[in-house]
Design a protein around this ligand. Structure first.
Ligand code: BT5
Length: 262
């Protein structure tokens, strides 16, 4: 994408996972800004060992390699800027506004999931000869662009859960244009990650776009779960939940909007 750091765009017909590919490239010393895009993933991954489903040639499946030099407690902002850029890119391409369900889903107003984001960091020892580079964060995004065309295309477990831009706007959507608009929007946001004021700006943008705030939620952590009302997003991008007798701040976890079907 001219005028951005995303000039090295690598396209694959089929790959196991664009995230896996870029993490390997990062370990070998690849520079920030490499983008991997696939027509099809044979092992597209979600968080916590889950999988991401998309038939060949219909949706946007892309990952970007960032080396944002973020303080470790602010790494979530790398994922947040991709979510914000995707919202902007979708708006610019089809004039439709999605919301962010914390931490990593883009939802239609009715709560159906249109996109998912998976950020994976390579925090291993820097590759010999590359000790001066920041740790890599690979942020992958799957956007349901043209699949499903209608709900009959979905497996049972995604009916009422997933929706595509095509369904939302009533016609086919150009994936290349969408990727370009996303990367354009991502450039200034990634630049912001390099300064404290920039990070504050991105956290504030996240808080504005995050439809989880004000919603009754169930938070599912590895060993426990609790319910409350999401009330804010911190400067690190973490979710603050009012649990009645106080607040709890969630750094990483699954959140269910308990009054919607997500
Ligand atoms: C995510 O995980 O939502 C992250 C998805 C990231 C996918 C991209 S594609 C490019 C890059 N390369 C990869 O290998 N991955 C990234 P999570 O929050 O765990 O949600 C996964 C769950 O969403 C699944 O268990 C399904 O229930 C549901 N799901 C799967 N495919 C879906 C789809 N196309 N649309 C909506 N929901 C889906």
């Amino acid at each position: 994408m001219p005028g951005t750091r995303f000039t090295d765009i690598r396209r694959f017909d089929t790959i196991d996972s664009t995230n896996r590919y870029l993490l390997d490239e990062a370990r070998a010393g690849a520079a920030e800004g490499v983008v991997a895009v696939a027509e099809h993933q044979s092992a597209g991954r979600g968080r916590l060992g889950r999988s991401w489903e998309a038939p060949a040639g219909a949706n946007l499946l892309a990952s970007v390699l960032l080396r944002p030099g973020l303080p470790s407690d602010q790494r979530y902002l790398a994922s947040a800027v991709v979510a914000l850029s995707a919202i902007e890119g979708v708006d610019a391409t089809v004039g439709y506004r999605l919301g962010i369900k914390w931490p990593n889903d883009l939802l239609a107003p009715d709560g159906r999931k249109v996109a998912g984001i998976l950020a994976e960091a390579d925090l291993s020892a820097p590759t010999p000869g590359h000790s001066d580079v920041d740790p890599a964060i690979v942020v992958g995004i799957g956007v349901n662009v043209n699949w499903p065309g209608d709900d009959s295309a979905l497996p049972d477990h995604l009916v009422g859960v997933a929706a595509s831009l095509r369904q939302l706007v009533g016609g086919p959507v150009d994936r290349t244009e969408l990727l370009g608009a996303m990367l354009q929007a991502l450039e200034p946001r990634v630049a912001d990650l390099g300064t404290a004021t920039g990070r504050e700006r991105q956290a504030a943008a996240l808080a504005q776009a995050c439809t989880t705030i004000g919603t009754a939620v169930r938070v599912e952590l590895a060993d426990t779960r609790f319910e409350g009302t999401a009330i804010a997003v911190t400067a690190e991008g973490h979710l603050v939940v009012d649990v009645g007798d106080g607040t709890r701040t969630v750094v990483a976890g699954d959140v269910v909007h308990v009054r919607s079907r997500t």
